[in-house]
Design a protein around this ligand. Structure first.
Ligand code: PA5
Length: 449
């Protein structure tokens, strides 16, 4: 049996390939530690194998809840930041119509709040909410993060003014810590529907828990297929030979870092993956960037960024490695109907006659190959990761693959994959600067600075 994901490492120098090969032994040990719950800070490994242990039962519970909603909604408002919204946005953008909720026959529209503090953007989102029939999922593990808390107050105020408290409360779901926190306290007091953020899963690893499953079910995503995809990877990881692509990728990153590389570029050839890359950036950046080490994760959209960052990739400082994300199949299906686009035959002033009747996706794949060769020639070590297909199952596979690869990479770099002391520092400073009770000493210190 072949592994679901294939890796192509032909664009690595033989010395880097040898280092990768050597590291895969330690990578296998790190994976075993993860599987046997033997990592040092093992409190946050609940995401590993989550679908089988809890996810499928949870998906049934969430689907029943969504089916029981007794008002018609055409807008899902997802309030959260970082790990509390990026995975959801990644799946919605990758698997649903880009203009869902706008193109007739597709709904609901999905919008996001609580991931910024821009008044201008909030005003416009609130304007939109006022024109639609919304359901709101406020997601915060801690229940105290400033951005989603402010956004939630605003949305709650707007809903209560429009519908009255009783109807507004029916439209609000709180996804938060099951035992503690301000959001849980409020939800219990006023009777919001609640779902739990598992205490053993950190934000950036939480997309397959209620954090992602609830808003995704509301948005019409097939959450069972998402979990099936992830589960298929966790099952493969049990077999050493099938785990190899994941271990090779983790080893490639670490070997490249040890050889002096500083940046990993994740290249993708479909704008529908932009938010998957944002999710990936948080996963690797927050997990690995500690104690003065780690590869800085960034993205490259093919072909858009070839007309901007492409110059740097080709000829700038050779500080980066590149990982190409690709798929065996590129079908496009709307409502069960497959669609393809071919370059039309027309007057040939633009000189594109040689492309006539070729699928646009064929040109897109050629652009990826052209880029891989150009960047190899330019001295950027690169690998390709190929997943079967970009659908709910496929993106579930991608989550499980990258979460595992990330944890393994961090363990190889001797970094705790599951804490984020740097994020906490900013959160505390913001509390202090804005005068939150209990932060008086820090406020004085910061004001002096
Ligand atoms: O991965 C993480 O832990 C963070 O990015 C959190 O997801 C983010 O800070 C939001 O935290 P919370 O869900 O507690 O509001």
């Amino acid at each position: 049996m072949n592994a679901t994901v294939t890796t192509d490492q032909k664009n690595l120098s033989s010395s880097l390939s040898q280092e990768v090969e050597k590291l895969t032994v330690s990578a296998q040990e790190a994976l075993s530690q993860l599987q046997n719950n033997q990592v040092e800070d093992g409190r946050f490994t609940g995401w590993y194998n989550f679908p089988k242990r809890k996810g499928f039962a949870l998906a049934d519970e969430i689907s029943s809840y969504v089916d029981s909603i007794d008002f018609a909604y055409d807008l899902v408002v997802v309030i959260g930041i970082g790990g509390s919204y990026l995975g959801t946005k990644a799946v919605v953008e990758a698997t649903k119509h880009t203009y869902q909720g706008i193109v007739p026959g597709t709904k609901p529209l999905v919008v996001y709040l609580g991931h910024h503090l821009s008044e201008a953007e909030m005003i416009e989102t609130l304007d939109l909410i006022g024109t639609r029939s919304p359901v709101v999922d406020v997601i915060s593990k801690s229940g105290t993060t400033t951005e989603p808390s402010i956004a939630f107050r605003l949305v709650k105020q707007s809903l209560e003014a429009r519908y009255g408290k009783k109807e507004a409360n029916k439209r609000i779901i709180a996804t938060t810590d099951p035992e503690n926190g301000a959001l849980l306290k409020l939800a219990k007091k006023v009777g919001y529907q609640t779902f739990a953020v598992p205490t053993d899963i950190g934000g950036r690893y939480s997309v397959l828990s209620a954090v992602g499953l609830v808003p995704l079910a509301l948005a019409g995503v097939n959450i069972r297929q998402l979990l099936e995809g992830a589960d298929s990877i966790f099952t493969e990881l049990e077999t050493e030979a099938l785990a190899k692509p994941c271990l090779d990728y983790a080893s490639f990153r670490v070997a490249a870092y040890q050889s002096g590389k500083k940046i990993e570029v994740l290249a993708y050839a479909n704008p529908k993956l932009m938010y998957f890359v944002e999710w990936w950036k948080q996963l690797f950046g927050e997990s690995e960037g500690k104690g003065g080490i780690g590869l800085f994760p960034t993205g490259l959209g093919i072909t858009t960024d070839l007309h901007s960052l492409g110059q740097f990739l080709q000829e700038g400082d050779r500080c980066m490695i590149e990982t190409f994300l690709s798929f065996d199949e590129q079908p496009y299906s709307v409502g069960g109907i497959d669609k393809v686009l071919r370059v039309p035959a027309t007057e040939d002033e633009d000189g594109l006659g040689y492309l006539e009747s070729k699928r646009v996706e064929v040109v897109n794949q050629a652009a990826v190959e052209a880029t891989q060769i150009a960047h190899s020639d330019g001295g950027v070590p690169n690998v390709s990761l190929t997943f079967p297909v970009l659908d709910e199952r496929g993106i579930g596979q991608m989550f499980a693959f990258f979460e595992t690869a990330c944890a393994v990479s961090c363990l190889l770099m001797k970094v705790n994959p599951f804490d984020q002391p740097g994020v906490e520092a900013y959160k505390k400073n913001l509390f202090a600067i804005m005068g939150r009770p209990g932060y008086e000493d820090l406020q004085k210190e910061l004001m002096n600075r």
